[in-house]
Write a protein that binds this ligand. Structure first.
Ligand code: SDX
Length: 425
């Protein structure tokens, strides 16, 4: 805390209102407006464009510079030198693990990857054509039924076990969603495979033959999980924090995060990007879609472009752009028509004044879908992959909030409805 003050003068109030100013270790300082209610005011900030909802030490974003740090480490370095489970440990604990800590964490995750046998029966209630996200929301929320009695959120040990269970079981449930949709049997996780290799095994293996995933695809999958692991107070993470502030169990809170992530303006954008590229269909049609994206009367937006915080390239998009080309050349798909449309679309948009004026750059979702499609993951599974990758971030923020004294989140409003009136007659 800095001791600095802000002064707010309001017409009709004699004395200026003094408000404390706090500075973080980096990034914008904040003005503490909590005392404004004593003066009969609320702040007004629909969409929370300039509201810091909490103090956090987990992830830092500088949208102007295109910087993303997990516990201070640049995402580019982590993508190059670390792996997904190591980043999970980092996000949860604040420091990179030493060799022993990493071995113990990887082993602990490994021994939580199976789900209760009863969970298998949940799937039978869904139609085979159900969107996998609708199944994910239901099944993850239902994990509460198996654990919430044994869960005291004030216990650090209980919170740690819940964190391990959620990170470990998400890929198993994700793969089950896919297998259910294609009528193939669920595969049990294998303890001899790495986290991401195990996921691809559960997705594409069958009981009929040995399946070992392509190491290049395993690396790409791990990088996608890593790049999606956390992103500060985005809509789904804020949803998890709000749900957690009521004391709800972590499985219910993560299920609420999955629900929020589903929207096409958020985690549903990767699926929407692929559908957009398929709809564009040919490089010759790009100009038409750019025009649609700029037309205020047309609801069409260029999916995978723009970001509430990044007014520069999303650093994750840069890493994924390179990974995308590696994966496609490894698979002999460097002439993939969708990639060519994406690259041309990116070039045209970045040179277009409308996008330049609004600082609209490719975001994490623009390239991830092309990689996922190349790996063989169906489009309706893309947001399920995003949710799986984001789980450590959601859990880390939930745990950070619960670890300190917290109040239930309860915003107020600017009321413009009918004032007091009597019922007629
Ligand atoms: C994610 O918050 C996070 O951190 C999210 C995320 C994470 O890791 O958790 O990074 C993941 O959600 C990435 C974003 C994925 N969404 C998309 O790709 C969907 C397409 N993008 C847009 O819907 C939009 O850019 C948002 C929702 C991402 C951000 O919207 P904002 O910040 O509310 O900005 P806005 O809607 O007020 O747009 C500002 C202007 C508007 O034009 P004007 O009214 O000023 O004339 O830019 C225009 C918008 O019309 N605009 C776009 C556009 N995005 C914004 N125009 C065309 N195409 C777009 N994609």
């Amino acid at each position: 805390m800095t001791g600095k003050k802000a002064q707010l003068t309001v017409d009709g109030i004699a004395e200026p209102i003094e408000l404390p100013v706090y500075e973080g270790t980096t990034g914008p300082a904040v003005i503490d407006v909590r005392s404004l209610t004593n003066n009969g005011f609320f702040t007004f900030d629909p969409g929370f464009m300039s509201t810091a909802s909490c103090e956090s030490k987990i992830t830092y974003i500088d949208g102007d510079e295109g910087i993303l740090l997990y516990r201070g480490y640049p995402i580019e370095q982590l993508a190059e030198k670390s792996d997904y489970l190591e980043c999970c440990y980092l996000l949860l604990n604040g420091e990179l693990p030493n060799t022993k800590q990493k071995e113990e964490f990887v082993k602990a995750i490994r021994y939580h990857t199976m789900v209760h046998e009863q969970i298998h029966y949940f799937f039978n209630g869904f139609p085979r054509h159900a969107h996998p996200m609708s199944i994910m929301v239901g099944v993850v929320g239902a994990l509460s039924a198996f654990y919430h009695e044994a869960l005291k959120i004030e216990s650090e040990d209980h919170r740690k076990t819940a964190a391990l269970r959620l990170i470990a079981k998400m890929p198993t449930i994700a793969a089950m969603c896919y297998k259910y949709s294609i009528g193939q049997p669920f595969l049990y996780p294998r303890n001899d495979l790495s986290f991401s290799a195990n996921f691809l095994y559960m997705m594409f293996g069958t009981p009929c033959e040995t399946y070992l995933p392509n190491p290049v695809l395993v690396d790409a999958m791990d990088k996608i999980f890593l790049l999606h692991a956390d992103h500060e107070q985005n809509a789904s993470t804020s949803t998890v924090r709000l749900a957690g502030s009521t004391g709800a169990n972590p499985y219910a809170c993560i299920s609420s995060g999955i629900t929020a992530l589903w929207g096409p303006a958020h985690g549903g954008a990767n699926e929407a990007v692929l559908k957009m590229l398929i709809e564009i269909g040919d490089e010759s049609h790009i100009e038409k879609y750019i025009t649609k994206a700029k037309d205020k009367d047309d609801p069409f937006r260029l999916m995978g472009f723009g970001h509430r915080v990044y007014k520069n390239f999303d650093p994750r998009a840069k890493v994924l752009r390179a990974a995308c080309q590696n994966v496609l050349s490894e698979l002999g798909l460097e002439n993939d028509p969708l990639l060519k449309i994406a690259m041309k679309l990116e070039k045209i948009a970045l040179e277009d004044q409308y996008f330049i004026d609004r600082s609209l750059y490719p975001n994490v979702d623009f390239y991830s879908g092309i990689i996922l499609k190349a790996i063989g993951i169906p489009v309706n599974m893309f947001t399920v992959i995003f949710a799986t990758g984001r789980t450590p971030g959601w859990v880390a923020h939930w745990n950070e909030m619960i670890s300190y004294p917290f109040k239930i989140g309860r915003p107020r409003q600017l009321y413009t409805g009918a004032t007091l009136r009597d019922y007629p007659g």
